[in-house]
Design a protein around this ligand. Structure first.
Ligand SMILES: NC(=O)c1ccc[n+]([C@@H]2O[C@H](COP(=O)([O-])OP(=O)(O)OC[C@H]3O[C@@H](n4cnc5c(N)ncnc54)[C@H](OP(=O)(O)O)[C@@H]3O)[C@@H](O)[C@H]2O)c1
Length: 301
């Protein structure tokens, strides 16, 4: 398949581009500005092109020239607080640019897979199934839900892959995450407060990349929840991180999310039920411990 990926310089992109390329797909990795993928991520059959998805003309030109069979749209403004502070920019990147990509994909007959988030839910009753009612509590979640609706209204083949708290380390990127923060603070001997009343199903980025590949190879349409299977609080994730790395967990204090005031409200209990992806795609994630071990290089891939 000829697959165009947006957001290739991001956390998922660092895993997805090599995952697709190694499985025999021809990949056009696109990102904002120069390529930040590791050179071996493009082997054996991927290339890179700068593409700002908010430039509608550039989006149409790129898809017309390259004629992909499939677009995987992973680029987004992904941090909830900047989205809350600049909703216009958030809507432009997350919603308007998704419209450009959907129209261009329709024009060239490409299928679309759109990456979305657990933040489309209100967090009152997670873990969630695909058909549970949505109800975002912040601008980021609302923008991703609006983009989902644009994708679902497309005429061509389309799928939504929702995911949760992605972590991992590839050759090009080591984006900070709860787990890297815990490692760095405890290694420095600093005390930290960690939230114990939120619930998530953290997702190893390598699993997410494989899940996306399985979805697009299957031709299945609709919404898929693709995450880890372990239902954990940040506190539990932090404890397991400290344990794996042999760090001093007594430096950590368990607190409620209400302790922190952040610009964007967070849904309290999310996480996903992944039965549909297991059944229809054959998706099976690593355990959280295995994902952590791969992320911190204590286990080789
Ligand atoms: N990470 C998570 O925990 C998580 C959880 C749920 C859902 N998701 C969803 O999964 C997808 C992938 O996330 P990720 O973790 O890979 O996020 P990420 O590391 O923040 O990557 C997002 C990428 O989008 C790019 N981007 C932003 N604006 C752009 C523009 N105008 N034109 C082209 N590229 C642009 C960014 O470019 P720069 O690198 O230049 O900034 C970045 O490389 C996103 O759709 C996100 O909403 C992520």
């Amino acid at each position: 398949m000829r697959i165009l990926v947006t957001g290739a310089n991001g956390l998922l992109g660092g895993f997805l581009v090599p995952e697709l390329s190694r499985h025999g797909h021809e990949v056009l990795a696109t990102g904002r500005g120069p390529c930040r993928l590791a050179p071996n991520a493009l082997l054996p059959s991927a290339c890179y092109l700068p593409l700002d998805i908010t430039d509608g003309v550039e989006v149409f030109d790129t898809l017309r020239r390259w004629k992909p069979d499939h677009v995987v749209h992973a680029a987004a403004m992904t941090q909830a607080d900047p989205c809350e502070q600049d909703p216009v920019a958030c809507w432009h990147v997350n919603v308007t640019a998704t419209r450009f990509l959907c129209s261009a994909a329709e024009a060239v007959g490409a299928a679309m897979t759109y990456l979305s988030t657990d933040f489309v839910f209100d967090g009152e009753s997670g873990p969630y199934r695909e058909d549970d009612p949505t109800g975002p509590v912040n601008i980021y979640g609302a923008s991703k839900l609006a983009a989902e609706r644009t994708v679902l209204a497309m005429k061509g083949r389309r799928a939504i892959v929702r995911t949760v708290l992605v972590y991992g380390h590839s050759d090009n990127i080591a984006r900070s995450s709860l787990m890297t923060w815990v490692r760095d603070r405890l290694t420095a001997g600093a005390s930290i407060q960690v939230v114990g009343d939120q619930v998530r199903t953290p997702t190893y980025a390598g699993d997410l990349a494989r899940g996306v590949r399985l979805q697009l190879e299957s031709g299945e349409e609709g919404i898929f929840h693709i995450s880890g299977a372990d239902v954990l609080t940040p506190w539990e994730m932090a404890l397991r991180t400290a344990d794996l790395l042999g760090l001093d967990a007594t430096l950590m204090t368990r607190v409620d999310a209400s302790t922190f005031s952040q610009p964007a409200r967070r849904p309290l209990r999310t996480g996903f039920v992944i039965d549909k992806a297991r059944r229809l795609l054959g998706y099976e994630p690593l355990s959280f411990e295995e994902g952590l071990a791969r992320s911190f290089g204590t286990h080789s891939e």
